[in-house]
Design a protein around this ligand. Structure first.
Ligand SMILES: Nc1ncnc2c1ncn2[C@@H]1O[C@H](COP(=O)(O)OP(=O)(O)OP(=O)(O)O)[C@@H](O)[C@H]1O
Length: 597
């Protein structure tokens, strides 16, 4: 399964994180207020050493108990105010940030729905899942904590340093001495950590893919006794991820050791120097107490910088991964016909000339550029009300051809028209209302049988559709058509799932029907019953039906033979049987296993 990897090269974390602004903009007032409140809280903490200085040089030196109590009361009030302000900050950010996360997740989901099938072919599902879950959680945590505290701690450190320089500039310079090595170490850390953070998030995506595949493919894994090899694959990935997380931890430990050790050494040096100055009478004991208390108050803001930078880098990688998906171009939507009216326009039967392929060529976007196109020179006309069977060896391009009609893929060149109207000129909604489809591999959702069949259509149509598809078994389920079916419809048999998917295709009485071998899992009797019922539907529907068996071919008025991506013959079943050796060979049954490519 392909995965999406970090694009090599340097990225600016700030520039990447700035892309979050459109989401943060609506809650900016609360965020700025929260940041201001946090700065206020932090600076309140810095007043404490000044009160201490006043106490030591004043009431303590003068042996004035009333002054000491007053100072203690001040300290209590300051501590209480600081705690209250930090609590207020938390309250201010909690609600708006969960809103930002929900908005981003909704946008990602909406965008994924609009991205073309080729995008989903290319991207591993785990990579998309991890972007929509863990990455967005990282972003919420970044906005709640590091974003504010990088600012708050910078202001606190600046104010604290100014206070210390004012107290005693020589001691202040001693404290400032480690600033240069700390800043250089932080820059180096940022560079190294950013690529490891990205690697770890990609590996989480890979791991999610393996878990998802293991759960969805549990029958195959158990049936083929592959649980050991699957567990090995999982273990390998999880070991790689563990290695990457350990590298992150090592980098963090290295920066923390620099960030914690150098300032501690500087505080120690200032303590020795300050004590000498107090002994020499050049400095008051209160000033030294205030100086050291301020330095100690700055310990947490400085120590936390390592974590905050690491979390910011994690968030920058998460933002980058999020926008990699959001920057993908969605399917091109035809301009809406009526201004502001997105309802499907009434179908125009004026031209009324069925489904036509005009010199269609198609190459998968991810196919090698020198490889021949999957489909070429396709000229096919299915008249109104006619049903055309599409026959061809495996790999000849039948599924690809049918997928072009509902625009699951975009043509490389040529045109497809429905009653004379180019499908690219229609809105997706209009196209979906005209064309219904059923595939050989039926996909059902974790919803009721009725919801799976109706998919938004009028509920009055349900019984008729179930009856055409010979899916009346649905009425005998425990809660009838309200019975919930498991994820992917796995609690139903293959044939039952196919019949529900067929019922879904015919439920809206579509004008155009595209069926990709939808009866393959049915026994001959059920198939005959479905075909008899389908014949009535097909009488006024223009249909393209991929068929492998003569019984399905007989449903159709005419047959088109697809050979190596080209239509090589069109005629009735009998005509082609007589005149075309390849067709006769395919219909004899022996050709079904042959690969045309
Ligand atoms: N997403 C894809 N990207 C690149 N090539 C693809 C993709 N899907 C299918 N193909 C290739 O296109 C060719 C036609 O495939 P297609 O599924 O349309 O054949 P088919 O006639 O429906 O086969 P079958 O009868 O086995 O279902 C094959 O060579 C296949 O490998």
């Amino acid at each position: 399964m392909p995965t999406t990897r970090a694009t090599p090269g340097k990225r600016s974390a700030v520039r990447t994180l700035l892309r979050l602004w459109p989401y943060v903009r609506p809650v900016r007032a609360r965020l700025f207020t929260a940041a201001f409140v946090a700065v206020l809280a932090s600076c309140t903490g810095l007043v404490i050493p000044l009160v201490l200085k006043w106490m030591v040089d004043g009431p303590v030196a003068d042996r004035d108990p009333a002054g000491v109590w007053l100072g203690a009361l001040f300290l209590l009030l300051l501590g209480f105010g600081e705690a209250l302000l930090f609590g207020l900050r938390r309250w201010l950010v909690a609600r708006p940030l969960s809103h930002v996360e929900a908005e981003m997740r909704a946008d990602l989901y909406g965008h994924l729905q609009r991205l073309p099938v080729t995008f989903h072919d290319r991207w591993a599902s785990g990579q998309l899942l991890s972007r929509g879950t863990t990455d967005l959680m990282l972003l919420r945590m970044f906005l709640a904590f590091p974003l504010t505290f990088l600012l708050v701690n910078s202001v606190t450190i600046l104010v604290g340093v100014i206070i210390m320089l004012i107290q005693d500039w020589t001691l202040g310079l001693v404290i400032l001495a480690p600033a240069v090595p700390v800043i250089v170490s932080c820059l180096l850390f940022e560079q190294r950590y950013s690529s490891v953070a990205r690697q770890a998030q990609d590996q989480v995506g890979d791991l999610t893919t393996v878990v998802e595949e293991s759960v969805l493919g549990i029958r195959i894994i158990k049936g083929f006794g592959r649980h050991r090899s699957q567990a090995r694959a999982f273990w390998e990935l999880s070991r790689t991820l563990r290695g990457t997380e350990l590298r992150k931890a090592r980098l963090l430990a290295a920066i923390l050791s620099v960030i914690v050790t150098l300032p501690e050494v500087a505080i120690g040096a200032a303590l020795v120097l300050g004590s000498v100055q107090v002994a020499d009478g050049e400095l008051s004991a209160g000033t030294l107490v205030a100086f050291l208390s301020t330095a100690l108050a700055l310990r947490w803001p400085i120590d936390s910088i390592g974590f905050l930078l690491a979390m910011s880098q994690d968030a920058a990688s998460a933002t980058e991964r999020y926008f990699e998906v959001m920057d993908e171009t969605p399917e091109v939507e035809a301009p809406s016909r009526g201004a502001g009216n997105c309802a499907p326009s009434p179908h125009r039967p004026a031209a009324d000339n069925g489904l036509q392929f005009h010199n269609v060529r198609f190459r998968y976007p991810d196919a090698a550029s020198d490889s021949p196109p999957t489909l070429d020179h396709i000229d096919l006309h299915i008249r109104p009300g006619e049903s055309m069977a599409l026959v061809g060896a495996t790999g000849s391009g039948k599924t690809t051809l049918t997928a072009l009609v509902p625009r699951l893929h975009e043509l490389t060149s040529g045109r497809i028209t429905l009653d004379g109207e180019d499908i690219t000129a229609m809105s997706r909604e209009e196209l979906r209302s005209l064309v219904a489809m059923a595939f050989e591999e039926p996909t059902l959702f974790s919803a009721s049988v009725g919801e799976n069949v109706l998919m938004g259509a009028d509920s009055h149509e349900l019984d008729r559709a179930l009856s055409i598809a010979q899916a009346d078994f649905a009425h005998a389920l425990p809660q009838g058509t309200d019975t919930k079916i498991g994820e992917q419809g796995l609690s139903l048999s293959g044939g039952q799932r196919q019949r529900l998917a067929l019922a879904r295709a015919v439920v809206g009485r579509p004008r155009f029907l595209v069926l990709d071998d939808p009866l393959s899992a049915l026994d001959v009797h059920t198939e005959a019953a479905v075909e008899a019922a389908l014949r009535d539907v097909l009488a006024d529907t223009t249909a393209l039906i991929v068929a492998h068996r003569p019984s399905t071919v007989l449903l159709a008025d005419r047959v088109a033979l697809l050979s190596e991506g080209r239509i090589t013959a069109v005629g009735t079943h009998q005509e082609l049987l007589r005149t075309n050796a390849e067709y006769a060979h395919l219909m004899s049954g022996s050709g079904e296993t042959e690969d045309a490519r």
